[in-house]
Design a protein around this ligand. Sequence first.
Ligand code: FES
Length: 132
Amino acid sequence: MVEIAQYSETVMDHFMNPRNVGEIENPDGVGEVGNPVCGDMMTFYIKVGDDGRLSDVKFKTFGCGAAIAVSSMVSEMAIGKTLDEAMQITREGVAEQLGGLPANKMHCSNLGADALHKAIQDYLSRQTAKEG
Ligand code: FES
């Protein structure tokens, strides 16, 4: 796990200019998670293209700066990936891509990957419902 004393430039950049903020109309999957430590909330919306890749990923985060940076990074990492690849995005991988997070902020990085995975699971269960 990457732990640093203060925010990296990448974290600051994604916090100040978060990518893919918002909501997708008629999303193919939605995933919402809350952080029991601080009460912050994060919702991810996904669109899946005909090629089975994530064509769009957006998020709404009511949370701290680290949570916003994490959401932004997760969305960037996920777009263009297959569902399998996106499921392999880990909490640690996100923190690493951000150049590390301070130790007391590592819990914030958990939300991002979890919310994305939930959105993918939601998409998959909708497919099963359609087939059934
Ligand atoms: Fe709540 Fe960071 S303090 S997600």
